[in-house]
Design a protein around this ligand. Structure first.
Ligand SMILES: Cc1cc2nc3c(=O)[nH]c(=O)nc-3n(C[C@H](O)[C@H](O)[C@H](O)COP(=O)(O)O)c2cc1C
Length: 245
């Protein structure tokens, strides 16, 4: 296994950080590495807002559901899908951006995810720990207001970065028989493989929490997907110009 593959396979989210600062230079290198990721038609729809102000960090930590690591991480970045800049480029290029296209929403959001994950790999290669924060979408309007995001820009997720003050075990993933298919989608054997994974994840949680958490992956999924999830997102996105047509 080469060192890059080893680094990527050793990922685990870090939610406790030391007080040691993360240098501006490091953050710039990390974000620049993110921007080197592939981008749909060279759209480059990712804009990152670094939040330094403790009051803003605390407000985001609270609205993300009391996630203190948003405040305590050495750095906190909000990754935004940005068609505002694309509209400007369109103007310069002599066309009006055709607003509200679902396809534009998809490519902008995919761009952000690819750039962020490239940045994460860079950060982890420097010894930093990271944690994505989807919790910012609990109140995306408040985040957009705090960061003064213009029209056609929406916050996809936050990202904590910092020097790890914990060394958690890696969280096991589903077996490859479930996630890698040959030629066509064949779900034969998936249920059995998921049963096996459920037991594995239960053991992982039990070890991590000294027996306090005793859940399977299927139970996690039922809790997550068996009810409405952030139903405000559709209206929020429409209000930003992502009307999905
Ligand atoms: C887009 C995204 C949003 C996430 N949001 C949160 C979050 O708000 N809070 C948190 O503690 N972890 C968050 N996570 C981390 C996941 O819970 C974590 O990646 C997953 O459980 C797998 O664990 P691992 O990263 O340690 O392997 C998020 C991950 C992703 C990719």
């Amino acid at each position: 296994m080469n060192p890059t593959i080893q680094l990527l396979q050793e990922h685990r989210s870090i939610r406790k950080y030391t007080d040691q600062a993360v240098s501006d230079e490091m953050i710039e290198t990390i974000v620049q590495t993110g921007m080197a990721a592939a981008t749909s038609s060279n759209l480059q729809a990712t804009t990152v807002v670094r939040v330094r102000q403790p009051a803003t960090r605390a407000a985001i930590a609270t609205l993300a559901g009391g996630q203190t690591h948003v405040s305590t991480a050495g750095a906190f970045l909000v990754w935004c899908a940005d068609l505002h800049r694309s509209a400007l480029a369109c103007d310069i290029g002599g066309e009006k951006l055709e607003a509200g296209m679902t396809e534009h929403f998809i490519i902008a959001t995919v761009d952000v995810a690819l750039a962020a994950q490239n940045a994460v790999a860079a950060a982890e290669s420097l010894g930093l720990g990271i944690c994505y924060i989807g919790g910012i979408r609990n109140d995306p309007q408040k985040v957009a207001d705090l960061l003064k995001l213009p029209d056609q820009v929406y916050p996809v997720f936050g990202l904590c970065l910092g020097w790890p003050a914990q060394d958690p075990e890696r969280k096991p993933r589903l077996p490859l028989s479930v996630t890698l298919k040959e030629e066509a989608y064949d779900a034969t054997g998936d249920q059995q493989a998921i049963d096996g994974y459920d037991e594995k994840l239960k053991t992982y949680y039990r070890n991590r929490t000294q027996g306090k958490v005793n859940r399977t992956w299927s139970e996690d999924m039922a809790r997550l997907l068996g009810k409405e999830s952030r139903p405000h997102m559709r209206t929020f996105l429409a209000g930003r110009g992502f009307t999905m047509r």
